[in-house]
Design a protein around this ligand. Structure first.
Ligand code: TEU
Ligand code: CA
Length: 544
């Protein structure tokens, strides 16, 4: 690993890699990825040049929503390994300067969590008030009109308690009552528990849903419904079921707990995704960052991407830090959205952009080799519960969760047995081993980008100036820090595009430092650069 500049801060200046643990590497041949598998691949991640690993949930879970239904916030699911394995992962990661981020799902617990098992026994149970219960409305109906994000009503009647409980996702994912001081305290203690173990940061699942309006009023109707239109959820204005003001002090307290340890980090997932509310929750004193998902909705055109960057930069104050993603475990992979056939040109442009913008970039496992979604053909094959319920309107999220393609051996080197989800059929050619040995591969380009970014504060810390106001094909910007300036040129089109440097930038000389095409010439003020189809070109300003 390269020497780091003195005030390099891992979560601000570095790059974060998301692992979906079921699908990364299986060490014991049960078809499910595990912590030992990750330990075995730490050298790969260190070589790639990332600074941190976000692990999708590894806590004990009955897997109704594959880990996003947690039955014990302080344990490790045996299918992933033991607490000793986790401690070893932490130690081995730290040895390589890799930080570990856990995914905390604190809006809801599994219905198998001991708190809920107790809570549903009766109204008198001391855990009853850990969750949100109401008596049936007249006629036995649900207490209000709220809808679940995963379909149907947000209320489920429970015989044992003789009341309805609230669930904004599946009925097996029961919403916690954050207004109960005991729940609140549990959560604050949980942050301390994992920080004391040496965990470096947290990704907070749907955190803006933690607080609901205390009186649970009906939501007004939304007409016409919002996309994707077919759920009761889409037919309401969500005034009372999330984004309540009590969120802010809770985040402030979490922040002060994290700040009592060195260099801890919290990144939040707002749902529904909304750049403005993400910006509000990541103000100084609250979360370090909140995901901006706008890129994941952009068509492959220069203008929408540049607009997304500009909007975001405007939303954030100078003390705030952007946080970009191209994909995650809920979304179709960028390769499936952007790439044409088996070609990776566009993915190189996307990578160059992500790695040279202001802010913390996230890489979802497998995107560095351009993994494509696996096809989902039949309802019987679907494992993701929302794919089953919403078939055929939505086929679920299995497509982006297929095993990591390590090599051309059977099961792509992921496992010695048949994996829990099929490996993509292209694994015999598209895999880490092949790309690591290929100077023109996407993986090699990612490695080069990460090295360059780490070595130059201008690329991670510098200011950002757009050079073309209303781009049709090419996004061009400068990154500057102290006496260093870079120019980044990204050709989003599939054709050659000529750029006159004098029109872009002051009269200086530029030296190309990285591109996905061969380059040799120095660029002078009167040069015309012919960008090749989907070329990304990074240049550095010569010192005079
Ligand atoms: O996601 C929030 C969420 O509900 C959406 O991202 C949803 O998965 C998507 O719109 C479906 O198309 C978080 C987690 O990332 C997700 O994996 C969990 O299922 C969900 O919360 C519940 O914990
Ligand atoms: Ca395993």
């Amino acid at each position: 690993m390269n020497m780091q500049k003195d005030n390099y801060l891992w979560w601000r200046d570095g790059v974060i890699y998301q692992i979906y643990p079921r699908s990364f590497a299986d060490s014991n041949g049960d078809g499910i990825g595990d912590l030992r598998g990750i330990i075995d691949r730490l050298d790969y991640l260190a070589e790639l040049g990332v600074d941190a690993i976000w692990l999708s949930p590894i806590f004990p879970s009955p897997d109704v929503d594959f880990g996003y239904d947690v039955a014990d916030y302080r344990g490790i699911d045996p299918k992933f390994g033991s607490m000793e394995d986790f401690e070893e992962l932490l130690a081995q990661a730290h040895q390589r300067n890799l930080h570990i981020i856990l995914d905390l799902v604190l809006n809801h617990t599994s219905d198998q969590h001991p708190w809920f098992v107790e809570a549903r026994q009766s109204k008198e149970s001391s855990f009853h008030d850990y969750y949100i219960w109401r008596d049936p409305a007249p006629g036995g109906k649900p207490p209000n009109n709220w809808a679940a994000i995963f379909g149907g009503s947000a209320w489920e009647y429970d015989e044992g308690a003789g009341q309805y409980y609230l669930h904004l996702f599946y009925k097996e994912q029961v919403d916690l009552n954050w207004r109960n001081p005991a729940v609140y305290q549990e959560m604050m203690d949980l942050f301390r528990y994992w920080c004391d173990k040496g965990v470096d940061g947290f990704r907070l699942d749907v955190f803006n849903l933690w607080y609901k309006h205390a009186d649970l009023p009906d939501n007004p109707r939304q007409f016409p419904p919002s996309p994707p239109f077919f759920r009761p959820w889409d037919q309401q204005k969500h005034i009372y079921d999330y984004d309540q003001p009590e969120m802010m002090p809770a985040l402030a307290e979490i922040r002060s707990i994290l700040d009592s340890y060195p260099a801890r980090y919290a990144v939040g997932e707002t749902f529904p995704e909304d750049a403005a509310s993400a910006a509000r929750y990541s103000q100084p004193g609250y979360l370090h960052a909140a995901f901006n998902f706008e890129f994941t909705h952009c068509q492959w055109l220069a203008r929408p991407f540049q607009r997304a960057i500009e909007r975001y930069e405007q939303l954030l104050s100078d003390e705030q830090w952007p946080c970009y993603v191209l994909g995650n475990h809920d979304l179709s992979r960028p390769a499936t959205r952007y790439a044409r056939g088996d070609e990776d040109g566009r993915l190189k442009v996307a990578a160059a952009m992500l790695m040279t913008l202001r802010g913390t970039p996230f890489i979802y496992y497998g995107d560095e080799i351009g993994q494509r979604d696996i096809p989902i053909r039949k309802k019987e094959d679907v494992l993701d519960p929302i794919g089953k319920s919403f078939w055929p309107f939505f086929k679920g999220r299995d497509g982006c969760r297929a095993p990591m393609q390590w090599n051309s051996c059977e099961n792509a080197g992921f496992s010695s047995t048949q994996p829990w989800l099929p490996v993509n059929a292209d694994y015999s050619t598209r895999n880490v081993e092949n790309q690591a040995g290929d100077p023109d591969s996407l993986l090699t380009f990612y490695r080069q980008l990460l090295t360059l970014r780490r070595e130059h504060p201008a690329l991670h810390r510098g200011s950002l100036h757009m050079l073309i106001e209303d781009p049709r094909f090419v996004i061009a910007y400068e990154r500057r820090y102290e006496d260093e300036t870079f120019m980044v040129l990204l050709n989003f089109s599939n054709f050659e595009r000529a750029l006159e440097i004098s029109e872009l930038s002051a009269s200086e000389w530029w030296t190309p430092v990285l591109s996905n095409y061969p380059y040799d010439q120095l660029v002078t003020e009167d040069s015309v650069i012919n960008l090749q189809p989907n070329q990304a070109l990074i240049l550095i300003k010569n010192q005079v």
